[in-house]
Design a protein around this ligand. Structure first.
Ligand SMILES: Nc1ncnc2c1ncn2[C@@H]1O[C@H](COP(=O)(O)OP(=O)(O)O)[C@@H](O)[C@H]1O
Ligand SMILES: [Mg+2]
Length: 230
């Protein structure tokens, strides 16, 4: 069974100027283990698609199935549980708590989920290459390292699907590479499927698949053949 399947997804906005078709008939399947990069110009519908995938927003038409079941809509409690159980999200701005150490930032998330486990928290930080930084404060590490803490935090609950919107948008090219490498490593180790939005073609090498979107429609969907893929 695929992880998720979207069929003819529409997301239309009614505005005073008329209907905006942010998504206009999007269909695709994501298999478990896929690492998808979603590319497209500004205003093409990338964020809208990510928000529909995550259950933050509801499509106005079409079908969205996750592990075979239709995803709940319209800000229902079921939609919140769907998100909580299945989805992890990495933001462009890391949003770490500055008064807590790197380790405490992860412990807090575990605590909120009722699964506090310091050994596991350290393991997660190790996965993103931060074993030596666990006792530092966010203000004492680089932007790239902070983003890696945010990644560890977002996978702490082992989401089935990890989403990110321009998560390297704030970082320079070298740092972006390190963050993407940490991300790929963590997703592989934890069996997490991912979909990341970017406009940086240089990140394609970290994906197994590239979907291009324009004016709310998928214009291409291709597998990436990576020489360094094992
Ligand atoms: N709340 C909204 N109301 C009306 N139009 C919107 C709204 N959100 C997004 N849009 C429009 O939908 C289109 C896609 O937006 P978005 O998904 O943010 O694109 P991207 O992330 O690719 O830049 C754009 O034309 C945008 O102006
Ligand atoms: Mg966007």
């Amino acid at each position: 069974m695929p992880l998720l399947k979207m069929e003819n997804i529409q997301r239309h906005y009614e505005t005073p100027a008329g209907v905006v078709k942010a998504l206009d008939g999007v269909s695709f399947i994501v298999e478990e283990g896929d690492r998808v990069i979603l590319l497209g110009p500004s205003g093409s519908g990338k964020t809208t698609l990510l928000n529909c995938l995550s259950g933050l927003d509801s499509p106005t038409g079409g079908s969205y199935k996750f592990l075979g079941s239709e995803v709940p809509r319209h800000h229902s409690e079921k939609m919140t549980s769907f998100r909580r159980e299945n989805i992890g999200y990495v933001f462009q701005f890391f949003n770490l708590l500055q008064d807590l150490t790197v380790l405490e930032n992860i412990l807090l998330i575990q605590e909120l989920a009722g699964t506090k486990n310091p050994a596991r928290a350290k393991e997660l930080l190790g996965l993103v290459g931060l074993h030596s930084e666990v006792n530092r404060f966010p203000g004492e590490i680089s932007g790239g390292q902070q983003q890696r803490v945010a990644i560890a935090r977002s996978i702490a609950k082992r989401p089935k699907l990890l989403l990110g919107d321009e998560l390297t948008g704030n970082l320079d090219t070298e740092t972006s590479k390190k963050v993407m490498e940490a991300l790929v490593n963590a997703c592989r180790q934890e069996d997490i499927t991912s979909v990341f939005v970017t406009h940086d073609e240089g990140l394609i090498r970290y994906a197994t698949r590239v979907i291009r979107i324009d004016s709310g429609k998928i214009v291409s969907d291709e597998m990436v053949t990576n020489v360094n893929e094992d």
